[in-house]
Design a binder for this molecule. Structure first.
Ligand SMILES: Cc1cc2nc3c(=O)[nH]c(=O)nc-3n(C[C@H](O)[C@H](O)[C@H](O)COP(=O)(O)O)c2cc1C
Length: 213
């Protein structure tokens, strides 16, 4: 059976940094013969983060978020997947609200409150978590290390990829902040470093699919 990799875009912009890196990682996974199933969190039916109903703590729903909304098909797909590739831009020093909604429900459904076995996830899958930011890639390393720990514990072995110093606009001169951004540097970086990052995530996507059980 070909492996099934779920690819989740938690950013709104098609064809921009996060989406491009996710597509490259998905292509890398696909190059091994794995199938990919993509979700754009910004274009789902209405959904919320965890509503603290504690339904997932009932024995019969263990490991399953029982809230039914636009995120339900994504959670179901991840539960059945062999691997997960997920990406978000950095918004206000965190990940997007859409990412957080999925994250809360994905992690909390597996959390047991039992110190010996904190996670009830019996099917760990490899994860590639991609984050893009205007700030250089070092700035949010510790933030992403924290996410890595949680994903390791509740979803499966997780790799982090950060693309910093991204090109945010095609034309910075149309903004009020040309003094804030070095548009020439951003463009140059986008044309030189970003393609290398695309190659790197292709390899990470490929390695993820190869590591699936
Ligand atoms: C609402 C908003 C908030 C942002 N906040 C930050 C931030 O706190 N730190 C940062 O480095 N970049 C920030 N950015 C920039 C984006 O993270 C960056 O441009 C990212 O690469 C955009 O991804 P995209 O091209 O896939 O949309 C912000 C962008 C938006 C729209």
């Amino acid at each position: 059976m070909p492996k099934n990799i779920v690819v989740v875009n938690a950013g709104p912009r098609k064809g921009w940094n996060t989406d491009t890196l996710l597509m490259e990682a998905a292509n890398g996974a696909g190059s091994t013969g794995a199938g990919t199933e993509a979700f754009d969190l910004f274009w789902l039916d209405k959904y919320t983060g965890c509503i603290s109903c504690f339904g997932c703590k009932k024995e019969r729903y263990k490991g399953h978020c029982i809230c039914r909304d636009g995120l339900t098909p994504v959670l179901d797909a991840i539960r059945q997947a062999d691997g997960l590739i997920i990406g978000s831009p950095n918004y206000l020093s965190g990940l997007t609200a859409s990412f957080r909604a999925l994250y809360e429900r994905l992690i909390f459904q597996n959390l047991t409150y039992n110190a010996q076995t904190p996670s009830c996830n019996t099917n760990p899958i490899p994860v590639l978590l991609i984050m893009t930011s205007n700030a250089p890639d070092t700035v949010y390393r510790s933030l992403m290390n924290e996410y890595q720990k949680v994903f390791n514990g509740f979803v499966g072995p997780t790799e982090i990829f950060i693309s910093g110093d991204t090109l945010q606009l095609k034309d910075y001169s149309k903004t009020d902040w040309p003094w804030y951004f070095d548009a020439k540097h951003k463009q140059e970086r986008h044309e030189t470093i970003f393609p290398q990052e695309c190659k790197k995530v292709f390899e990470l996507g490929k390695a993820l699919a190869e590591s699936c059980k």
